[in-house]
Design a protein. Structure first.
Lengths: 463, 448
């Protein structure tokens, strides 16, 4: 069965990463004057880029935090049915434990999104074909915000779109293909639309929880009806949850570690040993070629091959270590109790993310504005982060979190390169990636955005 | 059903569930809450509940069951519950706890009805014993593995892993050679000599008891099949009729309640799960619950006593405890990972088993024929669990960093030190044996 997607009501980011628009900036907004902000958002709602066709020139997408949605609501409260992590925000003590945002990465020290920082209500994602177009669009958006009771509290800049992330590896290769969209390639991993877009069946064949409103709260009939037939208006339909995290990458630290750890007894590090160890940490060579398919040397022709599994080719991680970054972030067919089977892949499909991150370099630091989309923050983003990336006991490992992006306790973490007859252990890996900011957003459907920006003020509402 | 655990002189190595439940005196609930919060702050060194000084405790918890009105409008008063998974016997544990904590226990249980004032250690232990409850079903990840064994085997793994590092640096050419080298090192190290002996396990008496426990009910059920089958079928049909009219509770959990539960989660490799709920009305549901739990208990002990509960490998201990004359049931477990991954495991791998037991609970997502549906409704099921969860204010783990998989692997590592030597008369046999030994050694080394 192929899903009929309402592309004209979905924001474009859900179906494309705007590869033709290499320039981007992300603006974090605060609402100072809610009625004015509503009018401002209504203006943007008319020009927001839908999923229907690839944009030319520039693109604009808009997401809201729970604080933002609540501010726009007539009663000042977040409508019921939004997921709990979204409602609570990314920086509660519990969430910080879950996500590993502790010690040096405690939100108290974040550049934005932390408990002491400016409240964030909305996120404006601006994309453009050329730097001058981006500058124009950002200027226009900033003026529009200022003219409508909104303040840009932070502008996150990005580097021109690149296939490489800051450590030098090709990134973003393994993306799930949403059911209902044209298949990217044969063998692509197709995932039910409801895993990413609210209001459609997910991998359980069910509709994920979403905010449903009594019909009288939408007298104008702006919102689509609940697909489950409850008679409610569906504020969630064609929307998604957007996770944004600014991840600083310690590039020098990463390669220093690799140089040191791959070094021979004479203190020198052959280039091949260095490249191999770095690839073992990531699970791919620089070109993106997976170690599972090309264990001994980089092979750029394999970079985009994505229909591989781990269990049959490499159950023990002799090619791609069990603890390698990509094997944790997406274990493919290695989940128990029946690794190597369709059943295992089926479990894995319940924890997939659409990634839309962009690199950045500013204020002397570089890294990734990690951005992903999912329908369930708990079952998808938080699960991947907690139970795969951050789990020291992942797949029977001991005291080993993700060697590239995972958080670290006091003594660092251990990375194990399986080998015969004896594995090689690298204890004391320092932290290479630091969280500098982050927040959970709701990327509404376009009708939902119109609805939210047309709500009456509390003072005008009938009590 | 056969009560799996009797008090008194059970095997030294068996694991038993301790459950003490005491009614809180009227008006003293806040005082009890304050004590629990205080115990939590002080950790397992606190004199009042000195878990760290009790070598038999795997996991322990203290929590409050709020007062609730049952389906007939009768008030069930609030109570304080202490649970632990211990080696040996309930009696021995309670005596040890009373001796260690002494008057400290007065502060913990002193707000409960009937707690003896200015008592002796013995009297306190007796009081606790008198307030013990027996779960209807109990799961132990590996029956017979003690706290001492788990901790010793983890230290062994650390030592052996360092030896493997050295063997790697020395450039050993085969897995068998590495293992032989390590085995020799262990043999030459008196402090590690224990590792070359098999773990004590249940012992002969324990295994014998286990076999009786396994065969007697099974034989009984088999003999009674002509009666059992029609009764079960009739029961199932009657349940099916009720299922369509039972009313699932679709409410979202109160965010404040969720936050309160979350406050106590994700501090160690393991998390506590504690939940309580009323049963659906009528004798049929109570009977179904009893039968399901009896079957589950038997299966836990004889089918799932080695490292997994029907394929789920992340649970260390779990218990199902009927309360208040069967009007309520408490489920409590110690599991690896997050709440979310735990619930997913049950939905994806074990929904039939979860349904069989929990669908007798009031408000559970709609099931069909007792085992279908139910937990497969992800959102409804997750909401149901969160709504019924009890904040586990005090939780203790004797091995905070070890997942159940880690504990299992550590035992395999120890067992692998005692591989049988290989020798053949003919050259071919020797070659084959050598290859088998190499493969075996390689498998073993993968754990290190």
């Amino acid at each position: 069965m192929t899903e009929q997607l309402e592309l004209d009501d979905m924001q474009g980011l859900l179906v494309r990463g705007y590869g033709t628009l290499p320039e981007a900036a992300f603006l974090l907004l605060r609402f100072d004057d809610v009625p004015a902000a509503r009018r401002g958002l209504a203006g943007w709602a008319d020009s927001v880029t839908s999923a229907e066709r690839a944009p030319a020139g520039t693109a604009l997408n808009i997401a809201l935090t729970a604080v933002g949605v609540a501010a726009l609501s007539p009663d000042g409260r977040l409508p019921a049915g939004f997921s709990q992590p979204f409602a609570d925000g990314m920086v509660t003590a519990y969430r910080s434990r879950l996500l590993g945002d502790v010690d040096d990465d405690d939100p108290a020290g974040w550049a934005w999104g932390g408990p002491a920082g400016d409240p964030i209500c909305a996120l404006l994602l601006v994309y453009a074909e050329r730097p001058d177009l981006l500058a124009g669009a950002v200027d226009a958006a900033t003026r529009h915000a200022a003219g409508h009771g909104m303040t840009v509290v932070r502008r996150l800049t990005t580097l021109p779109l690149s296939e490489q992330e800051a450590f030098g590896f090709r990134d973003g290769l393994s993306q799930p293909t949403m059911d209902g969209l044209p298949r990217a390639e044969a063998g692509a991993e197709v995932v039910r639309a409801g895993e990413f877009v609210l209001g459609y069946p997910n991998e359980y064949g069910l509709l994920t929880e979403r905010p449903l409103l009594a019909r009288e709260r939408d007298p104008g009939g702006v919102l689509p009806p609940d697909a489950a037939g409850s008679g409610c208006a569906d504020l969630g339909r064609n929307g998604s949850y957007l996770v944004l995290r600014q991840l600083r990458q310690d590039v020098a630290g990463f390669w220093d570690f690799v140089d040191h750890a791959a070094g021979g007894p004479d203190g020198t590090t052959p280039a091949e040993a260095r490249e191999l160890l770095a690839a073992k940490l990531v699970g791919r060579w620089r070109s993106g070629a997976p170690l599972t398919l090309s264990p001994d040397h980089d092979d750029a022709t394999l970079a985009e091959v994505n229909d591989f599994g781990y269990h049959h080719l490499d159950p023990d991680g002799l090619r791609c270590p069990v603890g390698a970054h990509i094997r944790r972030a997406n274990p493919r067919d290695s989940l128990e109790p029946q690794p190597g089977t369709e059943r295992s892949r089926e479990l894995n499909r319940k924890h997939r993310l659409i990634r839309r991150g962009r690199n950045y370099a500013e204020d002397g630091e570089q890294g990734l504005h990690f951005l992903c989309l999912n329908a369930s923050l708990t079952r998808q983003y938080e699960f991947v982060q907690h139970s795969w990336i951050n789990d020291p006991s992942f797949h029977g490992l001991v005291g080993s979190v993700d060697p590239v992006v995972g958080p670290r306790g006091a003594g660092g973490t251990t990375f194990t390169e399986p080998a015969r007859p004896v594995r090689r252990r690298h204890p004391g890996l320092p932290r290479f990636v630091h969280v500098r900011g982050g927040a959970y957003f709701f990327l509404p459907g376009i009708r939902a955005l119109r609805y939210l920006s047309s709500l009456p003020d509390p003072t005008l509402s009938v009590r | 059903m056969v009560a799996p655990i009797q008090s008194g002189g059970t095997s030294m190595a068996g694991q038993v569930p301790v459950t003490v439940r005491a009614t809180v005196c009227a008006g003293q609930l806040d005082a009890v809450r304050k004590v629990l919060a205080d115990l939590r702050r002080h950790g397992p060194q606190d004199d009042r509940m000195p878990f760290a000084a009790l070598p038999d405790v795997h996991f322990a918890r203290l929590f409050v069951l709020e007062d609730v009105t049952d389906l007939d409008g009768e008030l069930i008063p609030a109570s304080l519950v202490y649970m632990a998974d211990v080696d040996g016997s309930v009696d021995r544990h309670l005596r040890r706890l009373a001796t260690r904590a002494g008057t400290g226990l007065d502060e913990v249980f002193g707000y409960c009805v009937g707690w003896p004032a200015s008592a002796t250690d013995r009297q306190r232990a007796d009081w606790l014993r008198g307030h013990c409850l027996q779960p209807a079903a109990y799961y132990v990840h590996r029956v017979g593995r003690t706290v001492a064994q788990i901790q010793a085997e983890d230290r062994l793994r650390t030592e052996l892993a360092t030896m493997v590092d050295e063997a790697g640096a020395a450039g050993e050419s085969s897995a068998a050679a590495v293992r032989a080298r390590i085995e020799a090192r262990v043999r030459a190290t008196p402090e590690l000599a224990w590792a070359l002996r098999p773990a004590a396990g249940l012992g002969l008496a324990g295994r014998l008891r286990d076999t009786v426990h396994k065969l007697v009910p099974a034989a009984g059920v088999l003999l009674a099949l002509p009666v059992v089958v029609p009764v079960l079928v009739a029961g199932l049909v009657a349940i099916r009729a009720q299922e369509s009219t039972d009313r699932p509770d679709t409410d979202r959990p109160d965010p404040d309640h969720v936050h309160e539960v979350e406050r106590y989660e994700d501090f160690a490799a393991q998390n506590p799960f504690t939940a309580v709920g009323l049963l659906k009305p009528g004798p049929l549901r109570r009977a179904t619950m009893r039968v399901a739990l009896a079957g589950l208990d038997w299966a836990c002990r004889h089918r799932y006593a080695r490292d997994n509960l029907a394929g789920v490998r992340t649970i260390h201990f779990a218990r199902w405890l009927p309360l208040d004359d069967g009007r309520r049931v408490v489920f409590a477990s110690s599991y690896d990972g997050s709440q979310e991954s735990y619930m997913d495991d049950f939905i994806n791998r074990l929904s039939w088993g979860v349904n069989l037991v929990f669908s007798n609970g009031l408000g559970y997502p709609r099931t069909r024929w007792l085992v279908f549906g139910g937990a497969r409704d992800e959102t409804a099921y997750k909401h149901y669990l969160r709504r019924h969860q009890v904040p586990t204010v005090v939780f203790y783990s004797a091995y905070q960093t070890l997942s159940a998989r880690n504990v299992d692997d550590n035992s395999l590592i120890r067992d692998g030190l005692r591989h049988t030597g290989t020798a053949g008369d003919e050259a071919d046999e020797a070659d084959a044996a050598g290859a088998a030994d190499e493969a075996d050694a390689a498998r073993w080394l993968r754990l290190l």
